[in-house]
Ligand binder design. Sequence first.
Ligand SMILES: Nc1nc2c(c(=O)[nH]1)N[C@H]1C(S)=C(S)[C@@H](COP(=O)(O)O)O[C@H]1N2
Ligand SMILES: [Mo]
Length: 383
Amino acid sequence: MTKPRLDRRSFLAAAAGALLASRGWTQSAEGQPTGPRIVREFLPENLESPPSVLEHPITPNHLHFVRSHFSTPRLDAKSWRLRIEGAVARPTEFDLASLQRLPVTERTVTLECAGNGRVFLTPTERGLQWEQGAVGTAKWAGVSLASLLHRAGLKSEAVEVVLEGADVGEVRDPRSPGPIAFARSLPLEKARSEDVILAYAMNGEALPVAHGFPLRAIVAGWYGMASIKWLKRILVSDRPFHGFYQTFDYSYWDRSSGVPTLRPVTRMQVKAVISRPSRGTILMPNSECEIRGAAWAGENKVAQVEVSTDGGRSWQPARLHSEPERMVWAQWSYRWRVPERPGSVKLLARATDEAGQVQPLERNPDFRSYMICHAIPVEVTIR
Ligand SMILES: Nc1nc2c(c(=O)[nH]1)N[C@H]1C(S)=C(S)[C@@H](COP(=O)(O)O)O[C@H]1N2
Ligand SMILES: [Mo]
């Protein structure tokens, strides 16, 4: 007879579970999230995650959302090179094997597309009509951008770091200057922080083609557009970069200087979303309903999540399933005793971050069609 044995992985999972339970935290949803992803656009490939991913700390690769502006480049790992050039002392070219020999940085990061939730905007905004599944969390492994910049040696005139992908296309509205590559810049402060990884692995697997094979940036705490996939060039620039995807696209009106000024979309805003019940669910009077979801706050930690079951008049604290971390979402839940009286009810969730910033209830129109972070009611019927 063989003794039942825990392998290392289930042992660690059991130990982690016991620790969480001892602190009053328990795992939210059992097992794995279930698919399939929703096709928002066939070509280029744009796929939305099913709502169940919001209930699990890690999003499996086959369910992670995909946001691509152009057709997916198929890069050959052998001939692919990453160039670092511009205002650097030692312009360098790396192949994949030599990057993989450098010290590994591993980090769990939540990526949210700046257009996540766009379908809920009124009036309707142009762009992909995401519901709430253009967000996911993976464990990324690669090298830190800071370490590569350090090797290349920044010159004193360096001000920004432009990341450029290998995917190219022509945008019609507004018209791009012919075919352009997908590119974004980072200020030196962010580029040299430990927040930026150049990842070649996702959840322990080689980076999937749709997610940027062989190498992509992961800019933790910023909306997804900064995390350039199919990375081919790092250009250290001696002036601010004003590329298409941070001027015409992915920009918002900032009034802090007293004059509305277009600024690139960067940091993820504090936000909680409800994964269940889903919109239009019919609930039995006096039954018990578990309201669930996820919350994140970009570079900050989530401090608390509150739930309202009366359209925002009163708020109760939800239970967080893990100790919140910077750059990573937290799952939460709230047990609701459904009222006796039939009718329709608006459920809301709102998050507050460690800096005391509270998720707004109203849409800020200066955000144009991005940063959809206000609390959006989920209407359910009691019958
Ligand atoms: N090269 C390149 N990088 C890109 C994009 C792209 O179209 N091309 N889309 C960006 C946007 S808008 C988002 S939200 C994330 C999505 O990453 P994912 O497809 O791995 O989820 O990739 C970003 N990086
Ligand atoms: Mo995005």
